[in-house]
Design a protein around this ligand. Sequence first.
Ligand SMILES: Nc1ncnc2c1ncn2[C@@H]1O[C@H](COP(=O)(O)OP(=O)(O)O)[C@@H](O)[C@H]1O
Ligand SMILES: O=P(O)(O)OC[C@H](O)CO
Length: 494
Amino acid sequence: MSNKPAILAIDQGTSSTRAILFSATLDKLAVYQKELTLQYPQKGWVEQKPEAIWQDTLEVCRKVLDKVPNGASSVAVIGITNQRETSIIWDRTTGKPVYPAIVWQDRRTTSFYEKLKQWGHEPLVTAKTGLLLDPYFSAGKIAWILDHVDGARNWARSGELAFGTIDCYLLWYLTGGKVHATDATNAARTLLFNIHTQQWDEELLTLFGIPDAILPQVKDNAADFGVTDRVLFGREILIGGMAGDQHAALIGQGCIAPGMVKSTYGTGCFALMNIGQEFRASKHRLLTTPAYRLAGKTTYAIEGSIFVAGAAIQWLRDNLEFFSDSAMSETLALSVPDSNDVYFVPAFTGLGAPYWQSDVRGMIYGLTRETTKAHITRAALEAQGFQTRDLITAIEGDGGYQASVIRIDGGLVANQFMCQFLADMLGRPVEVPVITEATALGAACLAGITVGLFPGLEVMQKNWRCERIFQPVMPEDVRARLYTGWRAAVEKLL
Ligand SMILES: Nc1ncnc2c1ncn2[C@@H]1O[C@H](COP(=O)(O)OP(=O)(O)O)[C@@H](O)[C@H]1O
Ligand SMILES: O=P(O)(O)OC[C@H](O)CO
């Protein structure tokens, strides 16, 4: 082992898989990234190939290790972070998935959840999990696979199948099929995990008809998750950290004190406010979720989830072919002075917080003969500002904390127009860190804690460095007019 240990962070996102090597002082040493495709086999269905998720993960890890002089021998520990809720069920003997990964955006279980709501189950589920009944979460996806793959329910009962979110599936493969475990933040997105007892909940398992034999063990975010199979990187490496991507980003942004907010703009957008160690239920249909669990102690966050952020830009790129690279959306948006009253409500897979309408679909409103692709692109970027304002208003309206800071990260923050519009729409500064891959940084921090490189999360508060603060400059009347227009567009959709 080199005397300068590195931390390998794996960030398996919805649109891409990345491996980042960080130094023991959490500086970025090397990155390797690969885009991941989604499949849409039917209206409202969103799937991914589990084999591609694993193969891409292995490839990005190997490629990033090739970029540094000592390769795998310099790595002291691995941290994993991932797109959440996406569910895979596989055969414990062969490791083969019995069905593709059903992605968090998938809506095939809408009527299943509607029935559960009609039967009055939502209050109990929310009280136990902090979540709502929505196709977004894993339980419905698991039940769907067990009901639609021949024999799956029986194999599940007899312990032949394993369920996991992406973290857990990757861990299984990284450890050569030896470890079936997840962490508290990922478990808490399934609708099966009681966030008060921090255990799988019998009553919820019965409600969703899911046998406990398929569930993984749940660990702290900084813990011993086992070692990598020697054949993968030429030696065993400890996996010491694991967290859902939005929770990891909260850590990577140093938001470890109550009231601090981070908002991440990847495929979707997720704003989380740290609310400390006391559970609080939302009054505005937001989620309460473990921010992190360390040494058995849970810190909570209130979360607002938006299903489409960067995905709208990708759609303009791939489906409407407005541009060939997402980065070009910025120049296009800036080529017009405003969106010419065009509003883009990117509800491709329903609306998330605070509306939670899984059956509505997207809308571009206000089209005229003058509308150009520049106006539509600008409207798609502006939608991020409007949606974030919806979230922050709901989060603060819950009556807990006011946001002390708002830090932003994710692929979309490379777009300075979007960042400026965000500050304008929120009417307050937003901070962009030097390392915008806050998700991977958070996972690295957790892994580093396990091997004693850092005493605790405080290291992130000390190390967090600001690249740029976007200050609001938009006149109040313009801000009010634009937001009123957005609310009217959403009302029309609803
Ligand atoms: N300069 C840019 N302007 C607008 N969107 C961008 C830009 N760069 C990346 N994106 C969008 O960001 C998303 C990727 O962000 P990332 O954080 O990697 O997502 P994920 O973690 O979900 O895989 C893509 O949807 C892409 O379209
Ligand atoms: O792929 P991202 O970064 O948009 O994150 C996906 C979320 O974890 C879904 O809950």
